[in-house]
Structure formats: structure tokens, C-alpha cells
Design a protein. Sequence first.
Length: 198
Amino acid sequence: MAFSAQATDVGVVGLFPGKAVLVINGAAPKTYSVGDKIDANVRLTSVTGSTATVDVKGKPQIIGIGEYVSRSAPGISASVTLKVNGAGHFVAQSQVNRGTIKMLVDTGATVIAIPAADAIRLGINYQQGQTITMSTANGPALAYRVRLDTVKVGDIELRQVDAVVMESGLSFALLGMSFLNRTEMRREGDMMVLTKRF
């Protein structure tokens, strides 16, 4: 596959203290240290136990291990490529209102769903939201309907995204259809490509 000079595809395949093993534009994995330039527009700025942060033209981008993020060229719709994990799920390292959270891609969820503990950590004042009752595997559960200022996955950033915060019955945040229906989803083997539609 040919890649334009304006776009860089970055995948994270390994993480070590101060270093990340990255796949750039489909090439063989290569180890980069924090501070290294990946190309003219991209630099590795930090590494944690589960993510690498790259700076793309001055904008920080957090990429989870096993994720592939396409650096969209100008004029091309923003997209992200997620790799299926060992449990057969797609997990997206996301940013909600500028805070980081992992979300399980769930096409069966009507909206983004966030456990209360994560909502508190992200500074979401969910108890001011409308209270609703949600059906869960363990029966009905109280939830709060909220609207998130920004949700970002890879290069895709959406504003004013509907979500619910649940105080019980949810152990992992779900990336539901209030985000996904604003993207085009394409499954390619063990990869899922999300491309921003509007």
C-alpha cells in the first residue's frame, strides 16, 4: 500500500520504560526512545505501561498498545485502525474531555457508557444529568444521561457526544453508537477501521 508524504500511520506493538516499539507505515517494527523524531512531523514524547504519546504537528496523540492510528493528511477524513485484542474485542485508547480512558467498542450500546469512578476521574459532573434506568445483565441499574464536550479516538475528535454514567453494573467503559454512528466502520480481518463521517 502506498502512503502519501503527508500522512504517517503509527502502530504501537511494544512498550518499555522510556521506549516504544512502533510500526510506521507498515514497515518492520522499530524501537524509538522518548524524544526521537519518527518523521518530519511526528515525535515520540512519552511512554507509559500501556500507551505511547506522539506529537503530530504540535498535537499530542495517545496510542494504546496494539492500536494503529492513521495520521490523516490534510483534506482526508480522520481515521483510526484498532487491532482486536486477545479476548476478541476491540479496545480504543480514548480521550474524554481531555482525560484518557480505555473503551471497549460496543455496537450494541446505544450511547457511550462510563462507570461512575471513571466519570469522577474525568471531571464529569454526572449527577447533574437526567436520571434514567438501564437494563443490564444483572437487572435494572440507575444511570445518568450526560453530554460529553469532546471524545477523541485516534485522529477522530467529536464534540457534544451523548453518554450515560452508571454507578453500578459496568466495569469497563463502552464506546457506543453515539460515537460510532458518526463514523464509517470497516472490519478487515483482525483490524477495525473507523473513519469520521461528520
